[in-house]
Design a binder for this molecule. Structure first.
Ligand SMILES: *[C@@H]1O[C@H](CO)[C@@H](O)[C@H](O)[C@H]1NC(C)=O
Ligand SMILES: *[C@@H]1O[C@H](CO)[C@@H](O)[C@H](O)[C@H]1NC(C)=O
Ligand SMILES: *[C@@H]1O[C@H](CO)[C@@H](O)[C@H](O)[C@H]1NC(C)=O
Ligand SMILES: *[C@@H]1O[C@H](CO)[C@@H](O)[C@H](O)[C@H]1NC(C)=O
Ligand SMILES: *[C@@H]1O[C@H](CO)[C@@H](O)[C@H](O)[C@H]1NC(C)=O
Ligand SMILES: *[C@@H]1O[C@H](CO)[C@@H](O)[C@H](O)[C@H]1NC(C)=O
Ligand SMILES: *[C@@H]1O[C@H](CO)[C@@H](O)[C@H](O)[C@H]1NC(C)=O
Ligand SMILES: *[C@@H]1O[C@H](CO)[C@@H](O)[C@H](O)[C@H]1NC(C)=O
Ligand SMILES: [Fe+2]
Length: 547
C-alpha cells in the first residue's frame, strides 16, 4: 500500500508542478523583451499556401440526418460560467428560384441536460429563426436556411461536465448525446487549461489539418477571430474561386453560396458540440444581399452573449472564462467615440474587476499592428479611435486575424515600444483558400501606396506617415519594425495557457509540424504594479459619489 501511495503522491507532484514548470523552462518571457525582430523565411517566392476547398461530396460536409433531426450542433459561452448556449439546425435549406422559407414555429427548441449521461433531468427551451440570402438580380439564386435553434442553459456549476441532447422531443427528433465542460468560476486562481485561437479558417483540406491539430491540443474553449466559411468566394450557382474579384469582376452584387455555411457547420460539429466556440465577425461574414442587409448568416447562426453582456449586439460583446475577461470588438460597424460600440466598451471596461478577472484580452478581426503588405495599416482609423481606451485599462493581449499569416508583437502603444502596452498576436492562418500573406510592407518595393490601404467597408483614412521613430516621414519601415517580434507565413493555430494572475504561455502550432511541437512560444507576464489600470471612469465616478 505504502509504495502505491508514495507513487501516487509523486505522480500528483510531478503532474502538477515539475512537469508544468519544466514545460515552461527556457521559454522567453515578455520581461526579456522587447525582442529583436525575427522573420522566418518562406520556402520560396511561389509559396502561397494553395489551399483547396472540400467539395460538397466530402463525407464531412454532407447532410447526415433526415427530416427535422438536429445537425450542426454547437456550444458557445454566455457571459459567465453558469450559462452556455446550445445551437443547431433542423430541416433542409433551399436554394434556387421559388424557395419557400420554413416556419421556425413548426419545430421546437429543447435541450435536455444533466451531469450524468443516462439522466438528463434538466430541460431548457429557446428560440428558433430562419434567415434568407436574397439576390434580386436576373440569374442569381436565393437561399433560405434550415431552422436555426438557440437555447440558453442556466444555473450550471463551474468546471463540470454536462451531457446534453437537443431537438424537438414531440416529433420526435432529438440529437445524440454530447458533452461539454463549463468554464471555471471567475477568480485570480482559476483558468481554463487551454484556449485555442484560430482565424480565417475556411473549409479547405488545410483548414481540416488546422482543426485536427487544434483538437489534439485539447482546448477547453475555442476563439475564432473572424472569417469562418468563405462562402463569399462562391457564386450562387456553387462555382467558387481562390480570388473572387479576379474571377467574377462583372457580377451585379458580390454573391455567396450559402450552402457552404451548412457544410462548415457540419464539419465543425464534432469539435464545437463538445468545446465551446466564441466567434467575432470578419469581413467575409458581411455578405451583402437585397435591401443592403449584411451579416445575416453570421448573426443568425452563431449564439452570442449579447444581452448577457449588455451590448445587445451580435457584433461586439464580452464574457468571462475563469479569471479572463474577453472583449470581442466589431471592426465592420462603427467604432467611433460617439457611437454605441465605443460607449458600450467604456462601460464594459469600467465594470471589469481585475481582482476577479486579472487578465483582459481583446479580440477583433483586422490587426492594428501587422507588418505584412496585405491589409497593411488598413484598420488605422479604428486604432486611432480605440487604442487609448484599451491601453488605459491595460488590455494584456490582443488577438486578430485577417492577415493570412502569423505575427507576434512586442508590447506596443501608439507605434512605440511600451512595457504597459498589449502584446498583439495575428493568427489569420487557419488555412482558407485565399492566398497566404508572404510579403512584408518593409520588403524592398512592397510598401503600399497609402491611399490604397483603407478598407472600403471600414471607411476613412487615418494611415498618415509616421512622425516619430525609425520610419519618421515615411509610410513603411525599411526593415522589420521594432514592434514586430516574430513573423512567419504558415498555416496553424495558437494555444493560450494562463497559469495565474501574472503568467500565461502562448504557443503557436504550425500545421506542418508534429502535433506537439511549437512554432513560436512566449510567456506573457503581466505587471499590475508597474502598469496599474488608469481608469478614467473610476476617478470621475468617485467624484460623483462624494458629492
Ligand atoms: C495544404 O494541404 C496540402 C494537403 O492537402 C499540403 O500538401 C500543403 O502542404 C498544405 N499547405 C500548407 C501551406 O500547409
Ligand atoms: C430572390 O428574391 C428577390 C427578393 O425577394 C426577388 O426579387 C427575386 O426574384 C428572387 N429570385 C429568384 C430567382 O427567385
Ligand atoms: C456558374 O456561373 C458561372 C459564371 O456565369 C459559370 O462560368 C459557371 O459555369 C456556372 N456554374 C454552374 C455549375 O452552372
Ligand atoms: C443601399 O445602400 C446604398 C449605399 O449606401 C444606397 O445608395 C442605396 O439606396 C441603399 N439601398 C437600399 C435599398 O436601401
Ligand atoms: C467616424 O467619425 C469620423 C470623423 O470623426 C467620420 O468621418 C466617420 O464617418 C465616422 N464613422 C462612422 C461609421 O460614423
Ligand atoms: C500617437 O502618436 C502620434 C504621433 O507621434 C501623436 O500625434 C498622437 O498624439 C499620439 N496619440 C496618443 C493618443 O498619444
Ligand atoms: C509618405 O511616405 C511615403 C514613403 O513611404 C512618401 O512617398 C510620401 O511622399 C509621404 N507622404 C507625405 C505626405 O509625406
Ligand atoms: C505564476 O506562474 C508562473 C509560471 O508557472 C510562476 O513562475 C510564478 O511564480 C507564478 N506566480 C504566482 C504569483 O503564483
Ligand atoms: Fe478577413
Amino acid at each position: 500500500m505504502a509504495p502505491f501511495v508514495a507513487l501516487f503522491l509523486l505522480l500528483l507532484f510531478v503532474g502538477d508542478l515539475a512537469l508544468c514548470n519544466a514545460r515552461w523552462e527556457g521559454i522567453p518571457t515578455t520581461l526579456d523583451g522587447p525582442f529583436e525582430p525575427v522573420t522566418v523565411p518562406i520556402p520560396d517566392e511561389g509559396f502561397r499556401g494553395h489551399a483547396v476547398d472540400l467539395p460538397p461530396s466530402d463525407p464531412r460536409v454532407r447532410r447526415k440526418v433526415e427530416g427535422f433531426m438536429p445537425e450542426q450542433v454547437s456550444v458557445s459561452l454566455s457571459a459567465e460560467y453558469d450559462s452556455v448556449w446550445v445551437s443547431w439546425v433542423t430541416g433542409e435549406f433551399q436554394i434556387g428560384d421559388d424557395i419557400k422559407p420554413l416556419d421556425p414555429k413548426t419545430v421546437s427548441s429543447v435541450v435536455r441536460y444533466g451531469r450524468v449521461s443516462h439522466l438528463l433531468k434538466h430541460e431548457a427551451t429557446g428560440d428558433s429563426l430562419i434567415y434568407n440570402q436574397l439576390y434580386p438580380f436576373e440569374g442569381l439564386q436565393n437561399y433560405t436556411s434550415g431552422i436555426i435553434h438557440h437555447v440558453r442553459l442556466t444555473g450550471l456549476k463551474p468546471g463540470k461536465l454536462y451531457y446534453y441532447q437537443c431537438g424537438d422531443p414531440s416529433i420526435p427528433a432529438m440529437s445524440d448525446i454530447h458533452v461539454f465542460r463549463t468554464m471555471p468560476i471567475s477568480g485570480p486562481q482559476r483558468y481554463p487549461s487551454r484556449i485555442a485561437v484560430v482565424g480565417d479558417l475556411g473549409l479547405t483540406y488545410n483548414s481540416t489539418s488546422t482543426v485536427d491539430h487544434l483538437r489534439i491540443n485539447k482546448p477547453d474553449l475555442i476563439l475564432l477571430v473572424g472569417d469562418a466559411t468563405y462562402a463569399n468566394l462562391y457564386l450562387t450557382n456553387g462555382t467558387g474561386t481562390d480570388c473572387y474579384s479576379c474571377s467574377f469582376s462583372q457580377t451585379p452584387i458580390h454573391e455567396t453560396y450559402q450552402p457552404r455555411w451548412d457544410y462548415w457547420g457540419r464539419f465543425m460539429e464534432p469539435l464545437v458540440s463538445e468545446i465551446p466556440m466564441m466567434v467575432v465577425e470578419g469581413n467575409h461574414e458581411l455578405e451583402l444581399q437585397a435591401e443592403n442587409i449584411t451579416f445575416a448568416s453570421y448573426s443568425a447562426r452563431f449564439a452570442f452573449p449579447a444581452e448577457e453582456s449588455r451590448s445587445f449586439s451580435t457584433f461586439y460583446y464580452s464574457f468571462n472564462a475563469g479569471g479572463i475577461h474577453f472583449i470581442m470588438l466589431g471592426a465592420y460597424i462603427s467604432y467611433n467615440k460617439s457611437d454605441d460600440q465605443y460607449k458600450w466598451l467604456e462601460g464594459d471596461l469600467a465594470n471589469v474587476d481585475r481582482s476577479v478577472t486579472p487578465w483582459l484580452v481583446a479580440i477583433w478581426h483586422p490587426p492594428w499592428y501587422s507588418t505584412y503588405k496585405a491589409h497593411y495599416r488598413e484598420a488605422e482609423c479604428m486604432r486611432v479611435e480605440m487604442e487609448g481606451l484599451l491601453y488605459s485599462y491595460r488590455v494584456d493581449l490582443v488577438f486578430n486575424g485577417h492577415v493570412h499569416a502569423y505575427e507576434r508583437s512586442n508590447r506596443v502603444y501608439n507605434y512605440s515600444l511600451d512595457p504597459c502596452g498589449p502584446v498583439y498576436i495575428t493568427v489569420g492562418d487557419g488555412g482558407n483558400r485565399e492566398k497566404m500573406a508572404i510579403h512584408h510592407a518593409d520588403d524592398p518595393g512592397k510598401c503600399p501606396d497609402p491611399l490604397t490601404t483603407p478598407d472600403e467597408i471600414m471607411g476613412g483614412f487615418c494611415a498618415f506617415n509616421f512622425t516619430t521613430g525609425a520610419a519618421a516621414g515615411k509610410f513603411c519601415w525599411d526593415r522589420q519594425p521594432d514592434y514586430s517580434a516574430y513573423r512567419e507565413s504558415s498555416f496553424g493555430h495558437g494555444i493560450l495557457e494562463v497559469a495565474n494572475e501574472t503568467h500565461a504561455l502562448w504557443t503557436w502550432h504550425r500545421n506542418q509540424d508534429m502535433y506537439n511541437s511549437p512554432g513560436d512560444q512566449i510567456i506573457i507576464v503581466r505587471q499590475p504594479d508597474k502598469c496599474p489600470v488608469n481608469n478614467p471612469r473610476k476617478s470621475s465616478s468617485r467624484r460623483i459619489y462624494s458629492i
